[in-house]
Design a protein around this ligand. Structure first.
Ligand code: PMP
Length: 362
């Protein structure tokens, strides 16, 4: 039986990450978690290793050095930044600080799964606004939010769809929401996006006290294992997050790795270049097999499968796994007929397309 937790906690299904193994296959290709195909910056890895000499020491709880490095590289103010154990933690801290049981939280239909987790952890009610063409529909979000949403979570671009909305659309959303609604712009994949009408929302967050932007080191910087993210916003929001974070929420090796990573613009550019090339290639090749691929600005593609028996997403997932190709079922997002595949190294991408071709031809 055990001791009862707070109401609603037992309704939460623990977050299930993408699979890391294919049964019976020693060296599978893992394209299930949107990790960086190129690994991480060698400078970040070296800084991480060098930090081993200081592992007996507590880190700087405020991660000052890292915040200053982010501020320098991104043209921001260090005091308007807070770091977290992954951007997941920052999303959770926002829930912890701002949500009461019964509050309304709004997301777009295929929003990142952690938003649901955050809402449920606080006993808040999650409302999902319908999307159009697997893309956030600002009018639907505005309608769902009404005048009483406490938080609107906007993943821009979004996972698992890979689509984005323009800076003008984000601003239109913000202008339409009441000032009592906090807009959280989750820009985990921002550095991959090269479209001129896109912005991660940092400027908007600088202008206002009701917008906060979250970012991660897990994607372009390839530091998913180090668990590192940051949030930027008005001092009134950042001060709140400092109050509710753990005293040493970012560990010492992560601070060192992150400080080196954010300064390695060359590695970031190589990652974005690789991604641009291979996202286009995957879309073209997979499209050529007769499968629909949602246009993506991220480091993954959403592949849609028919409902024909033997050809479904579930069938494809089982077939690919048997070939040592691990990609991500997105049924938990409400997309039972699709699979999400991360951009890998050249040879991995070719193997994926070969596997899909065999599946479709078989
Ligand atoms: N937001 C989005 C949209 C994501 O896809 C992810 C990673 N899957 C995150 C946030 C969280 O990333 P992390 O906690 O690794 O920083």
């Amino acid at each position: 039986m055990g001791i009862e937790p707070r109401a609603g906690i037992l309704d939460i299904r623990p977050y299930k990450p993408g699979a890391a193994e294919a049964p019976g296959i020693a060296d599978p290709v893992k394209l299930s978690s949107n990790e960086n195909a190129l690994g991480c910056s060698p400078k970040a890895a070296a800084a991480f290793e060098a930090s081993a000499k200081r592992l007996h020491l507590y880190p700087d709880g405020g991660a000052t050095k890292l915040r200053e490095a982010i501020a320098r590289e991104e043209g921001l103010e260090a005091e308007n930044i807070v770091c977290g154990c992954g951007s997941d933690e920052l999303l959770q801290l926002l829930g912890r600080a701002y949500l009461d049981p019964g509050d309304k939280v709004v997301q777009s239909q295929y929003g990142f799964l952690v938003y649901r987790l955050v809402a449920m952890q606080s006993g808040a009610e999650l409302v999902s606004a319908p999307e159009r063409n697997y893309t956030t529909d600002v009018d639907a979000l505005i309608e769902a939010a009404g005048d009483d949403a406490k938080i609107v979570f906007l993943a821009n671009p979004n996972n698992p769809t890979g689509t984005y909305i323009s800076d003008a659309e984000v601003r239109r959303l913000r202008d339409a929401l009441p000032s009592s609604t906090l807009l959280v712009v989750d820009a985990a994949y921002a550095e991959f996006v090269r479209n001129a009408d896109y912005s991660a929302g940092l400027e908007l967050a600088r202008e206002r006290d009701d917008v906060v932007v979250t970012r991660t080191f897990s994607k372009i910087h390839g530091l998913a294992g180090a668990r590192l993210g940051w949030a930027y916003g008005n001092k009134s929001i950042i001060d709140v997050l400092h109050r509710v974070r753990g005293p040493f929420n970012v560990n010492l090796p992560a601070i060192e790795a992150g400080t080196a990573a954010i300064a390695d613009r060359d590695f970031m550019k190589r990652s974005a270049d690789h991604n641009e090339e291979w996202v286009a290639w995957l879309r073209q090749q997979i499209g050529g097999l007769g499968l629909e691929v949602t246009p993506s600005v991220c480091n993954f593609v959403l592949i849609h499968f028919p409902e024909t028996p033997g050809r479904t997403a579930r069938d494809a997932d089982a077939f690919l796994t048997s070939k040592g190709l691990i990609i991500r079922p997105v049924e938990p997002y409400g997309l039972p007929n699709a699979l999400r595949a991360t951009v890998g190294k050249a040879a991995e991408n070719r193997r994926l397309v070969d596997g899909l071709a065999e599946f479709m031809g078989g």
